[in-house]
Design a binder for this molecule. Structure first.
Ligand code: TPP
Ligand code: MG
Length: 560
């Protein structure tokens, strides 16, 4: 066996785990890794980014799309600090990710040497596991363990610190084998009990969410939905798990939930929850389901046993992956009386909820998103961050089937740009649309340079209302007329895009969107569409003045 540097061993072990992309910003702390990556740049390209926050989001999105950990490389203190937003998002979104962080040499550790941080303490409460590799011969063990940890149970981020001298040292060691997420399957007894509860239910509802889904388990969900005829809703920002055009689709249980769907959740007698944690956003602030004893009979299926009963005490707790549960349950056996009619009525409510309403201004997001819904192919990817601008796509766009949604369950701004770059790198043949607010876009707009550098032809949309609109909305409700810290003076985003070497167009009327979008797609290059929307169109239902006056405008409903 040959002597290899720590950097070479690390890269060989990432290849052994079949990593296909790595993201990061370089630092002198991990030169040995960069050097090892040079030799395998065709098999494991290092996507060099402009900010570690963007790189970390890109790695997180890789985890969401592939189910394998997104690989991130960042340097010591400053790099590790910039990356925090993506590591936190991987934690809240239950996405597998491994963040490799540079570390000072072991000869000077614990002196607060240049940029030194103890990452075990820094990330101890955010990451699933935070550790430091002190000996190069143990790299294969740590990398395999990190993969298992990131993917198994409830997936999440792992942080591994890499002392500089460890990476440069040369040792003989064998690579670790390829590892997979630990399977988790239900007991037969529990599945039969769940079927019996569903069969007797008068108002059953299924909510799906979380991670550890794949194409096969999505197909199984579709078959389960057809055989059982149960209404199926998707949790906050997990709208792509079930085909939104399916007659059993009941809508998304998230922010600004359809009131009729909220009532269905509240009034359900049996709630089958598959893969979803039932977090604050999915439960409307823990109001749809009582803590700790739900009125609904709760069947909770989650791959992480630690999630079950952590907030809600279920009637049946099943520690299983969504796929294993769906393989075990017999949809036909769970079918009950007049439930198909309820599913149809829930779907009709969903369709009514996405029907356009009048909004002020020349650029109407209702109509634009309806157009996108009709226009985008069956396998398109649509990404977004956090802000009121996102509610239009959450409410109007129909995900599911092969259409994918990349959106932060963590509610973190700046996600729409980097996640779209990952999607297009992984799926160059798909149309990828990155949907951003003006505030959101500028949190990671610098990654447009990354898109240009790698020729990643995403269509970036910027919905510009000249403010941090979501916060302004809360401000007008709570402190009417006192605008503080929410106004924005923005650049000309189309000119900015062109300065980066991308295409840039301005859209000032609804009808201009479609041709601009077609030109953007046809360009085959990264392209940005700057949508100038009326600040009055602050939510899908209410105007700014309406919020300020405390009453709805004629024809509009207050409070999205
Ligand atoms: C990283 C981060 N910082 C701050 C917030 C708080 N926040 C949520 S939405 C929002 C405003 C978003 O502004 P914009 O992208 O312009 O969307 P708009 O609401 O105007 O449509 C802010 C500041 C957040 N969610 N994430
Ligand atoms: Mg805005």
């Amino acid at each position: 066996m040959a002597l290899r540097s720590g950097g070479e061993i690390l890269v060989a072990n990432l290849l052994a785990q079949r990593a296909t992309l790595a993201f990061g910003v370089p630092g002198e702390s991990f030169l040995a890794v960069l050097d090892a990556l040079y030799d395998v740049r065709d098999r494991l390209p290092f996507i060099v980014c402009r900010h570690e926050g963007g790189a970390a989001y890109m790695a997180e999105a890789y985890g969401k799309l592939t189910g394998r950990p997104g690989i991130l490389f960042v340097t010591r203190g400053p790099g590790a600090s910039n990356a925090a937003v993506g590591i936190h998002t991987a934690a809240q979104d239950s996405s597998p990710m491994i963040a490799f962080v540079g570390q000072v040499g072991t000869d000077m550790v614990d002196r607060e040497a240049f940029q030194e941080i103890d990452y075990r303490r820094m990330y101890g409460s955010v990451a699933k596991w935070a550790a430091q590799i002190d000996r190069a011969e143990r790299i294969p063990e740590y990398v395999a363990h990190a993969h298992r940890t990131a993917m198994s149970g409830r997936p999440g981020p792992v942080v591994l610190a890499l002392p500089e001298d460890m990476l440069a040292s040369r040792v003989e060691v064998a690579d670790a084998p390829y590892v997979e997420a630990i399977a988790a399957a239900p007991l037969e007894r529990d599945v039969r009990a769940a079927e019996a509860l569903l069969r007797r239910a008068q108002r059953p509802l299924v909510i799906v969410g979380g991670s550890r889904w794949d194409e096969r388990s999505r197909d199984s969900l579709l078959r389960f939905g057809e055989a059982s005829q149960l209404p199926i809703a998707c949790a906050f920002r997990h709208q792509d798990l079930f085909d939104n055009r399916h007659p059993n689709y009941a809508g998304d249980v998230g922010i600004a939930i359809n009131p009729t769907l909220a009532a269905r959740v509240r009034e359900a007698d049996v709630l089958l929850v598959i893969g979803e944690r039932l977090g604050e956003m999915t439960t409307s602030g823990y109001s749809l389901i009582d803590v700790p004893s739900p009125r609904q009979t709760l069947i909770h299926v989650h791959p992480g046993a630690g999630e079950l009963g952590s907030v809600y005490q279920p009637a049946i707790a099943i520690a299983a992956t969504p796929g294993a549960f769906l393989d075990a349950i017999d949809g036909a056996a769970a079918r009950s009386g007049a439930i198909a009619a309820q599913a149809a009525s829930a779907h009709a409510d969903y369709e009514a909820w996405r029907t356009p309403r009048p909004v002020p201004g020349a650029v109407d997001l209702w109509r634009i998103v309806h157009w996108l819904d009709e226009r985008l192919p069956a396998d398109a990817v649509l990404t977004n961050g956090a802000g009121n601008y996102a509610t239009w796509i959450h409410r109007v766009f129909r995900y599911g089937g092969a259409r994918r949604q990349l959106a932060p369950y963590s509610g973190s701004m700046g996600y729409g740009v980097p996640s779209a770059i990952t999607a297009k790198l992984l799926h160059p043949e798909r149309v990828v649309v990155s949907w951003n607010g003006d505030g959101c876009y500028l949190m990671n707009g610098q990654e447009l340079a990354t898109a240009v550098q790698y020729g990643v032809a995403v269509v970036f949309v910027v919905v510009d209302n000249g403010m941090f609109g979501t916060i302004r909305m809360h401000q007008e409700r709570n402190y009417p007329g006192r605008v503080s810290g929410t106004d924005l003076v923005n650049p000309d985003f189309a000119v900015l895009a062109r300065a980066y070497g991308a295409d840039g167009q301005t859209v000032e009327a609804t009808d201009h969107f479609a041709p601009a979008f077609e030109r953007a797609v046809a360009s085959g290059r990264p392209a940005l569409l700057h949508l100038k929307v009326d600040p009055q169109a602050i939510t899908m239902n209410a105007t700014l003045d309406g919020l300020r006056d405390g009453r709805p405008k004629p024809g509009l409903i207050r409070n999205a």
